[in-house]
Design a protein around this ligand. Structure first.
Ligand code: SF4
Length: 429
């Protein structure tokens, strides 16, 4: 279907946008969705993303106009009418999201660069301040929010993401492309920080910062992505057989939805439905518990390890396995309590060594701010009645860190975070 020479004019190459990065991961997907224009089953992620972007942009613009960091009534007004999933996510961020109204330059700002990375199709918000080269856009992006810190010659880009799993912006084209766009549009900007705000979680964001010295790297990254995009068009126009590469992008591919992916037979995304996989996960973890218990009983009862040999002569064993790990005591334990020095101060062996080092090498002391006590070891001791006051005091200095891992939930009677949006809008990865 994609291997015949086509008797028509070359396929038009749209500007490179960040959302095309995963699509280009599989040339066949790109042909189907971008060149042939077949609708992708973006579904609820797209809708959710689009709705949240709109609310955040409108709310930020409102706060900037009013000169306030928060206006909960306005937030509720803008959030009215969004789908149930977006509503729940917005509800979660409502009380903590603050707008840096003093520094906000624009929201939902579209920026474009031509093939030579010069500003083009300059949008209204920047009209008259930036020369427009007047060429077609080769790169395009819509920044959720652009902030300027003129005294420091810095700029900040905020991008709201509704993804269930946070990721590092440095690993994706978007941060590089948007930072480059800001550098190319505003010659006074020396540093751009790109921040992904993961709106499902309170205070969870990831940032990457680029300086003007990074320009060659940023240019190379976006140009090479553009070259790959052009290559896809050239190959398609020449009637070449397009490659098929499975990956996380498959769930957005029209060929997955209608089961016509050329590698359907081998594509892991097509072997089982997501529900079948979760079902298997539940079965597997139940079976694993029963299985491990039986093996443990055998080893406990017989005192022997269980050994299995494969046909290559390799052996596997189930049995006691010793391992050693290091712990660094905070205080020095004695038979009756903790050791004190001549001045009656608690002896803290590791902390004392670290302090000495910090005094001796102040130029290498920044990392000490990251040394922490694990919460498990401390909370075990703090969560008792007689230490309630200490617990409260410690709670005042605790730093909350949001971590996210994909996990199976406990059995739920209802689905507070159910994903049941049915509308469809522009795709957002
Ligand atoms: S479903 Fe097939 S064609 Fe679509 S992205 Fe995955 S591998 Fe490529």
């Amino acid at each position: 279907m994609t291997s015949k020479k086509h008797n028509f004019s070359p396929s038009p190459i749209p500007p490179l946008r960040q959302s095309l990065e995963p699509v280009m991961g599989c040339p066949t997907f790109y042909v189907e969705s971008v060149i042939k224009g077949n609708k992708t089953p973006g579904g609820m992620e797209s809708v959710r993303g689009t709705q949240i972007h709109r609310v955040v942009a409108e709310y930020s613009a409102w706060c900037a106009t009013k000169g306030v960091a928060m206006d909960l009534n306005a937030f509720d007004r803008f959030a009215k009418g969004v789908g149930p999933v977006a509503a729940r996510i917005l509800e979660g961020m409502r009380d903590s999201y603050k707008v840096q109204f003093n520094n906000l330059f624009a929201t939902e700002l579209t920026m474009s660069l031509d093939e030579d990375l010069r500003p083009t199709e300059v949008s209204e918000a920047m009209e008259g301040t930036i020369p427009d080269i007047g060429k077609p856009a080769a790169y395009q992006g819509t920044l959720d929010a652009l902030l300027f810190f003129r005294d420091e010659l810095k700029s900040w880009i905020d991008d709201a993401k509704s993804h269930p799993r946070p990721f590092d912006p440095a690993e994706h084209l978007q941060a590089k492309m948007y930072a480059l766009m800001v550098f190319q549009h505003f010659s006074w900007v020396q540093e751009v920080t790109f921040r992904l705000v993961f709106v499902r979680f309170a205070n969870l964001s990831r940032v990457v910062t680029y300086t003007r010295q990074d320009l060659p790297t940023l240019m190379e990254a976006v140009k090479s992505a553009r070259e790959r995009q052009k290559m896809l068009h050239a190959d398609y126009d020449a009637g070449k057989k397009m490659e098929v590469i499975a990956g996380s992008q498959c769930i957005y591919c029209p060929l997955l939805a209608n089961a016509t992916c050329p590698i359907a037979k081998w594509n892991p995304q097509m072997q089982l439905t997501p529900e079948q996989r979760l079902n298997f996960n539940l079965f597997y973890s139940a079976f694993s518990k029963v299985n491990n218990k039986a093996m443990k009983e055998y080893v406990d009862g017989t005192g022997k390890n269980i050994t299995l040999k494969d046909f290559n002569g390799k052996s596997y064993q189930f049995g006691p396995k010793e391992s050693e790990s290091n712990i660094y005591p905070l205080f020095k334990a004695t038979a009756t309590g903790v050791e004190v020095d001549a001045q009656n101060r608690l002896v803290m062996p590791v902390v004392d060594l670290l302090s000495d080092y910090a005094y001796a090498s102040p130029e290498d002391s920044a990392w000490l701010g990251k040394v922490q006590i694990s919460s498990t070891s401390l909370t075990n001791y703090l969560k008792t009645k007689k230490r309630a006051v200490l617990d409260l005091a410690v709670d005042d200095v605790v730093e909350k860190v949001t971590k996210v891992k994909l996990a199976v939930s406990k059995p739920l009677d209802s689905l507070p975070d159910d994903i049941t949006d049915e509308d469809e809008e522009e795709e957002e990865f």
